[in-house]
Design a protein around this ligand. Structure first.
Ligand code: G6P
Ligand code: BGC
Ligand code: BGC
Length: 924
């Protein structure tokens, strides 16, 4: 069969009419007809090839492959969750492009009650051809006029209406309400729109119309509206299929598989835009000459090849092409044709649907053919039905092959052997075409036997679905606003951080002078960092962090060897009597000595005691107040070295000589200073937080002498206890403080350290749940439980390597019923709380390094900070944010952060070693 191009084809054969009128249907006519019908046969093998080829294109596009450009676009739609069913309210839906040359405006009321539906009120407006092919502004003004006409007709009120824009064309979306048209399809070709944000064009037109204040909150592809409008059923409805004038499908893909999104958490609905499949020639083997003619005559030759074999805009045209071809060869209608038969668009989808409907019988076919100006012979109706069936069956089977590719993709991305899924179907071909859905389902079963697929016809062409997305968008937008409002006080700007730095400097100066200040600036009697000449065996205790440790530290020329044992301090002991606590400490020492074969040996002991102590000497420390959950009685105001010695005496362990008591910040500074002499600052960000640094003795009012330096334990945990941080403190901080065992105390610590961040997050989550933003507003007993949200969860949830499902797993273990939106919001809450903590900590370090730089009258200072503490060490971003804040606030200081490997126990031993060395030199 030689096709040398459409136009001249029928001209050569003479003008419309019936030159060969009355010619009997020759034997080779039926052969001719059969030959035509055979061209529309697509074998199962070919279908599987199409399925595989489409799947390949889908996966190439998902990975962002640029060249060769995949045949399908796989466009993320920013619809991240299928409907809750709780959405409610009145929404206006504007539908353009789904049903060809018509525009529909709907008023959809969502009741938020499952199964309770209110029929949408809608109106359809025909779009004049010249508007579909004219300037874009004309089209959007037409749309805005129809919208206001609709709103005049319905008492929807004119304020605060939320509108969802159902726009059935390929668009790059960069948000639920931001979408750029890639190219027109389906008979539209307005100028000045491709490459533009269609939401903005609509907003501008509505404004020009000046009708009413409508808030366009979402733009949705019609397939997405169809999927979202799907009634909640046994299987999750995660695929939307539209076959109307055009065809396309969408489905819920794992966000981490969508390269352009660089989002590794949750799912996102992807509009496949499979209409363009085959534009790269992949369909060559199944394309007929009729397909080629149709494409050449279309508005967009070479584009949307797959759509032109399936979409309702083209089925009629394909049938017309075949009937015209057969008629002109005398195989039909006695060789007669008609204007309708020879004119593009002469046969419509409705005609094909009716003619193919066997139940309508051939009489109806005859009637339709007569309406088309033809005079069908006896056998013509049946032959025409066969042609319609061939064209539509092929369309349904091709559509099935494409759908099977989507199901295979879902199976793959869900790593599921057996997939249970519901497919929402929409569009007049699916709805009105007698056999389309049947053939589609049958063929899908053949091509994807391991998928249990239920097909759910959309009830109103996706109007409800678009209203759902609009409701979800409005809800998400409202939730996002509430989330931002809630987290805004945690987002500290440079001015606020610089103010904290300045307030801390002021408090440091006052504290050093012994004036009233929330910073006690306690002299530690550590005058020097180690010089490497220390030697000997030392016992060290490390109390005050997550773990209590007893250590044996051997300082030798070749370095420091440490043997240690971790012991627990039960809450009952930490909050019991002081005697009980110190007896427990000595029991651990004795157990350690016994295990290390040191029993009875006399060893100098260094005591890391991580609580605020006013030291009167290296081995004298008066506990000022407990912090971090400790509350042992009869200790505050006591010299804890005496308390330890008394306990040693009670346990007959007098051979142990307590030489030094150091704060964990000092121990950490000394420990890191042993390897890096520039380390003159110690920082702890763990259960609690604090810092120390080497201050010029001349600036330390409470200690005699002006020469040299002394390490000052700032006890910055208490910074702000004088109210200087109240401007930054939030209601959540207040709740954590009030619930703590030391309300009003350690305010800076309670905004930064590990003992409290989890609780701050928990209170924020409770608040957001009470606002309905999280967990569908359901308060869960677990979230009401104090300390259930561990600070380590922040580190886990914020880790870059954790996919959302793992975040969800952590939260589900807490018995929280959450969606991926919830998990994303919990992540943002954790990020806001930990970021503020790190920035405040950075502002504190910036104050210290600037103090040292100014102390030494230096332009530039290069200094190291020894750091320890679980939060600083384990949180994925904390250390980087601290360093960035210091860089920002103290640009003239080059600060190196050294993570302490051996903890402050080693530091305590080194302080003891220095003390022993100085004592020996003093004796010589
Ligand atoms: C290390 C140090 C301790 C310090 C602790 C703070 O373990 O050796 O002296 O108290 O860190 O961190 P943490 O997270 O345990 O409270
Ligand atoms: C468009 C799709 C749309 C489909 C069904 C196609 O021409 O490109 O965006 O979903 O028609 O209306
Ligand atoms: C204590 C400090 C200690 C810090 C880190 C605070 O609660 O008051 O002495 O350095 O925690 O452990």
């Amino acid at each position: 069969m030689d096709f040398t191009g459409p136009v001249e084809l029928w001209q050569k054969e003479g003008a419309p009419g019936c030159p060969q009128k009355g010619l009997p249907c020759s034997p080779d006519s039926s052969e001719l007809v059969q030959e035509c019908l055979n061209q529309f046969k697509v074998t199962t093998t070919q279908l599987r090839q199409i399925q595989a080829s489409l799947l390949r294109s889908m996966e190439q596009a998902l990975t962002g492959q640029a060249s060769p450009a995949p045949a399908v676009r796989m466009l993320p739609t920013y619809v991240g969750s299928t409907p809750h069913g709780t959405e409610q309210g009145d929404f206006v839906v504007l539908e353009l492009g789904a049903t060809g040359a018509s525009l529909r405006v709907l008023w959809v009321t969502l009741t938020g009650v499952e199964g309770h539906r209110i029929e949408p009120r809608s109106r359809e407006f025909l779009i004049p051809q010249e508007v579909m092919l004219g300037p874009g502004q004309q089209l959007f003004d037409f749309v805005a006029r129809c919208l206001s006409e609709f709103l005049d007709a319905y008492p929807l009120g004119s304020q605060g209406l939320k509108l969802g824009f159902n726009f059935g064309f390929p668009c790059y979306q960069t948000g639920l309400d931001k979408s750029t048209l890639i190219s027109w399809t389906k008979g539209f070709r307005c100028s000045g729109v491709e490459g533009q944000d269609v939401v903005q064009l609509l907003r501008d037109a509505i404004e020009r119309q000046g009708a009413c204040s409508i808030d366009v909150v979402a733009v949705v592809n019609d397939t997405v509206g169809t999927m979202m409008g799907c009634e909640l059923g046994p299987a999750p409805c995660e695929v939307g299929l539209v076959v109307d004038t055009g065809t396309n499908a969408c489905y819920m893909e794992e966000a981490r598989h969508v390269a352009v999104l660089d989002e590794d958490r949750g799912r996102v609905c992807v509009s496949i835009e499979w209409g363009s499949f085959g534009d790269d020639g992949a369909l060559g083997s199944v394309l007929t000459a009729f397909d080629r003619i149709l494409d050449q005559e279309s508005l967009n030759p070479g584009a949307q090849r797959f759509e032109k074999m399936i979409g309702g805009l083209y089925l009629g045209e394909l049938v017309r092409q075949v009937l015209a071809h057969l008629a002109q060869r005398g195989a039909l209608f006695g060789g007669c044709t008609s204007r309708a038969l020879l004119s593009p668009g002469g046969i419509l989808l409705e005609h094909v649907a009716e003619m193919e409907d066997a139940s309508a019988g051939t009489a109806r076919v005859h009637a339709i053919l007569r309406d088309l100006g033809l005079s069908p012979g006896a056998s013509d109706a049946e032959l025409v039905q066969q042609v319609c069936t061939a064209v539509c069956t092929r369309a349904a089977r091709l559509c099935a092959a494409a759908l099977a590719a989507v199901l295979a993709r879902l199976q793959h991305s869900r790593e599921q052997q057996m997939l249970h899924v519901a497919v929402a179907t929409g569009g007049r071909v699916c709805e009105h075409h007698p056999r389309f859905l049947g053939v589609l389902q049958e063929t899908v079963k053949l091509l994807a036997p391991e998928c249990d697929v239920s097909f759910i016809p959309s009830v109103d062409g996706g109007g409800r679905g678009v209203a759902m997305v609009t409701a979800v968008a409005a809800r998400l937008a409202a939730h996002r606003r509430l989330l931002e409002e809630t987290l805004a006080p945690f987002r500290l700007n440079r001015e606020q951080l610089a103010a904290v730095q300045a307030q801390m400097r002021e408090a440091m100066a006052k504290g050093l002078q012994g004036e009233a200040s929330s910073l006690r600036m306690l002299p530690t009697y550590v005058r020097a960092t180690p010089d490497g000449s220390e030697r000997g065996h030392f016992l060290a205790l490390d109390l005050g962090g997550t773990n209590f440790r007893v250590l044996l530290v051997h300082v030798a020329a070749g370095g420091v060897q440490i043997t240690n044992q971790v012991y627990s301090i039960p809450e009952s002991v930490a909050q019991g009597s002081g005697q009980q606590l110190f007896d427990h400490i000595v029991d651990c020492i004795l157990d350690f000595q016994q295990k290390q074969g040191l029993s009875g040996q006399s060893l100098p002991l260094g005591f890391t005691f991580s609580f605020p102590c006013r030291q009167l000497g290296l081995d004298q420390g008066i506990l000022l107040n407990w912090t971090k959950g400790f509350k042992a009685s009869d200790c505050e105001g006591q010299d804890v070295v005496c308390l330890l010695r008394e306990a040693l005496e009670r346990k007959q362990a007098m051979e142990l000589n307590v030489v030094a008591i150091v704060n964990d910040t000092v121990g950490t500074m000394m420990s890191c200073g042993y390897d890096d002499p520039r380390c003159e600052i110690g920082l702890i960000v763990g259960t609690g937080t604090n810092a120390c640094y080497m201050e010029e003795l001349r600036n330390v009012a409470g200690v005699a002498g002006d020469l040299g330096r002394m390490c000052i334990n700032m006890e910055w945990g208490a910074f702000g206890d004088d109210g200087s941080l109240d401007t930054l403190s939030t209601c959540f901080d207040a709740r954590v403080d009030q619930a703590s065992i030391n309300p009003g105390k350690q305010r800076f610590e309670k905004m930064i350290s590990g003992m409290y961040l989890g609780e701050i997050v928990r209170h924020i989550l409770l608040h957001l749940t009470s606002l309905g933003v999280l967990f569908r507003g359901q308060q869960t007993p677990s979230l009401q439980t104090r300390d259930i949200f561990k600070t380590k969860f922040l580190s886990e949830i914020e880790s870059d390597t954790l996919a959302l499902r793992q975040v969800r797993a952590i939260l589900e273990d807490l018995g929280l019923p959450l969606t991926s939106d919830d998990a994303l919001m919990v992540l943002e809450v954790c990020q806001a709380v930990s970021q503020r903590a790190a920035q405040l900590c950075g502002a504190g370090v910036a104050a210290v390094v600037e103090k040292i730089r100014e102390n030494r009258g230096l332009e530039e200072l290069s200094v190291s900070v020894g750091v320890d503490g679980t939060l600083y060490k384990l949180h994925p971003h904390f250390s980087r944010l601290v360093a960035a804040t210091v860089q920002e606030l103290a640009p003239r200081c080059a600060v190196t952060f050294l993570q302490s490997e051996d903890g402050s126990g080693k530091g305590a031993a080194l302080v003891t070693a220095v003390a022993c060395r100085l004592a020996k030199q003093a004796r010589v």
